[in-house]
Design a protein around this ligand. Sequence first.
Ligand SMILES: [Zn+2]
Length: 239
Amino acid sequence: MTDDAAAAAPTCLARPLGAPDDFPAGCAAARGMNGRPLHAAALKFFWGPMDCGKSTMALQMNYNHARQGRRGLVTTRIDRSMGAQVTTRIGLAHSAIEVTDDLDLRALVRGRWDEGVRVDYLICDEASFYTVEHVEQMAELVDSYDVDVYAFGLATDFRSSMFPAAQRLFELADEVARIQVEVLCWCGREGLLNARVVDGRVAREGAQVVIGDTVESAEVRYQVLCRRHYRSGDLGPRG
Ligand SMILES: [Zn+2]
């Protein structure tokens, strides 16, 4: 192995699950009959408004992969509850690694590998609250480390503008999918946008991220609305 090849060693560490023992060292060398890479990790972004089941789907995906013997890490940021875990509206919970601005996702994976722990994939919940740099790191994990990355998050903020990390995910992901579980606006139309409601009115300006809670805080809360009612600011008969 040349020095250059040694420097690129991380690409060789992740032998695809089920690959034969003589799987060629160096992922670039591993090609199928059609000339494409035998195993190609992917960056996938699943998005939808609040309450559409993103975290539930994240945990389900983690369960499905773990069940087949794959090993992954679950990360999150600014979860509703305190402590680093992914919680869902329907009651599921899973411990998670809290993503901070200075956390390097590549270093996180390398650290686990150094400890002898396999990491085949990352489940990144609340990914719209990550930094753009984190998304770049996700892409590198896929391309250079052969680690699958599944990101879940909102597309737009309360002003209906894209979160920077979500925008980068739309730009870089191999696959982008809108989560198919519909959340309904009070009028019965499909909910699309996340309105921030401050003292009973739809807020149009303010900090991009303000944590509210639909149960405990009377002052700031979020409500999913269809585009029509987001634009008109009509919160419905019970708003
Ligand atoms: Zn509506």
